[in-house]
Design a protein around this ligand. Structure first.
Ligand code: HEM
Length: 483
């Protein structure tokens, strides 16, 4: 079997300098683009049938990499940093100049001074700073934020009797909680939400969106140096690991990106499962299956990240019957590994209490925010079910559709109906309730995260330097100040 590296050189349809040049028929399949993104899981099964547990595939720019489909093989890669490093500077595609400066891959795999790109002692130093700072948050405090924001979001549509739980609920909640973790002030605009989403989409605007996020975070850190608070930037600044300015910015950016889209997907898919799977609905109400159990099932079957790029072979090595060459990129196939028939011959069997899925990765880089992600999703779904007990799907289950990028797939919408209810009255903390705010979905609404033109350096600069329009962010921070 040829390796991704061996494909480099020449191809009939692609320019001579393209690494996939010369692949001809039987060339690796693309892991990106309309065909792959229309049915990523179908693609993984085709690859598994064709190649077994490790398959050659192409990334943006026809760059050949390896996709790991086997559960055990994923664990080997994730747990053996001596063979599979996280340092992307080792990638042969960078060394050979195959990655263009505007490649959408760059924000995801371009090397940065970041825990996710470090090995060994350097990784331990950075990781300690992240985990100590995340652990400084009281978990019950996080759940209280979630409950409060969830109530406010539900208040926004409770009287209508219908809602889309993706755009009106799941997409907002994790970022709202992040504003608390990051101790963010008012003048950071709602572009953050879009920029974070855009970054993960891997579109041609990903680089500009990344630049926008970095600029906002630099401003945030400067303000925390002067006025520290009980928040992640302040704890990172004070940590004995002594992170420099670039490391601070990059770690906050990572947490925003890693913690937002993933948790949105977990909430949305958790709600979908609760609403569509009779077993969960019955079990949840009958007390036989807890919501945490239901979420673990989602993490097995619909992990919020389909893939985790990338690891880089430190030398020539064998994996799953393939010869991996030094400098080849190896992509963890989290969704594919979770349904590997070697470990789940009967894919439908219940997996109560079993948390050994790959949704949070494994090994030294296993997600340090998983408790927070789980807590946000559990509390969020719980609040919706408590507030709207007769909640049900407003469309046929078969009408629910999924949009995918190469790294993640998410529900487009989750239309629901329920008995209209009045807004929850102002609580003891004095929360104003989002009824003060126009509801989502209307173009003029401050609350709507209306689709905006893709970020460009110009629009980003304008936004940063000028008074933003009244946005989701302003509304939120206004609410918080009043509490
Ligand atoms: C359901 C929600 C989440 C999922 C599914 C998820 C998934 C993952 C995965 C798969 C990795 C490992 C990637 C790799 O090995 O290459 C990871 C790493 C990471 N995650 Fe999460 N994540 C979630 C929530 C969060 C949250 C809420 C935070 C922060 C508050 C966070 C922060 C991080 C960080 C900092 C890393 C890098 C760790 C390292 O490289 O040592 N994640 N996450």
């Amino acid at each position: 079997m040829t390796t991704p590296q061996a494909h480099s050189g020449s191809a009939p349809v692609s320019p001579p300098q393209c690494p996939a040049h010369g692949l001809g028929s039987g060339s690796p399949r693309r892991l990106y683009g309309p065909e792959a993104e229309a049915d990523p899981r179908g693609l993984y099964e085709k690859l598994r049938a064709e190649y077994g547990p490790v398959a050659p595939v192409l990334l943006h720019g026809e760059i050949p990499v390896w996709l790991v489909l086997g559960y055990q093989e994923n664990l080997v890669v994730a747990r053996t940093p001596s063979r599979f490093s996280k340092d992307s500077r080792l990638w042969n595609a960078f060394r050979e100049g195959w990655v263009k400066p505007d490649s959408p891959l760059l924000p995801v795999v371009g090397w940065q001074e970041l825990v996710a790109f470090a090995d060994g002692e350097e990784h331990r130093r950075l990781r300690r700073a992240v985990t100590d700072s995340l652990e400084a948050f009281d978990r019950r405090g996080i759940r209280r934020y979630v409950a409060r924001f969830a109530d406010q979001l539900v208040d926004n549509f409770a009287a209508a009797g219908t809602a889309d739980l993706v755009s009106q609920f799941a997409e907002h909640l994790p970022l709202l909680v992040m504003t608390q973790l990051l101790g963010m002030p008012e003048n950071y605009g709602s572009r953050m939400v879009e920029a974070v989403r855009d970054l993960l989409k891997g579109t041609e605007t990903a680089v500009a969106s990344n630049g926008y996020i970095v600029k906002m975070l630099e401003e945030l850190i400067e303000s925390k140096r002067i006025n520290p608070g009980k928040d992640l930037p302040s704890w990172l600044l004070q940590h004995e690991a002594g992170l420099n300015n670039d490391e601070l910015v990059e770690h906050l950016r990572l947490i925003l990106v890693a913690g937002n889209e993933t948790t949105v997907n977990l909430i949305a898919d958790g709600l979908r499962m609760v609403l569509t799977d009779r077993r969960f609905r019955l079990d949840l109400t009958g007390g036989q299956m807890t919501l945490p159990d239901a979420l673990e099932r989602v993490l097995w079957d619909s992990p919020p990240l389909l893939l985790a790029p990338g690891r880089y072979a430190t030398g020539d090595t064998d994996l799953g019957g393939q010869r991996i060459k030094e400098g080849d990129m190896v992509v963890l196939g989290l969704a594919a590994g979770n349904v590997d028939p070697q470990i789940r011959p009967d894919g439908d069997r219940a997996l109560y209490g079993n948390r050994s899925h790959l949704a949070f990765g494994a090994g030294p880089h296993e997600c340090p925010g998983q408790d927070i992600g789980r807590a946000i999703a559990q509390e969020a779904i719980d609040r919706v079910l408590v507030r709207l007990p007769d909640l049900q799907l407003a469309v046929d289950e078969t009408d629910l559709s999924v949009a995918a990028t190469w790294m993640a797939s998410h529900l487009r919408e989750l239309p629901v109906e329920f008995t209209p209810r009045p807004r929850k009255s102002k609580d003891a903390r004095g929360a104003a309730g989002v009824g003060d705010v126009p509801p989502p979905g209307k173009p003029e609404s401050a609350y709507a995260v209306a689709p905006e033109p893709a970020a460009t350096p110009d629009t980003v600069a304008t936004r940063i330097g000028s008074e933003p329009r009244r946005t989701l962010w302003d509304v939120l921070t206004g609410l918080l100040r009043r509490q």
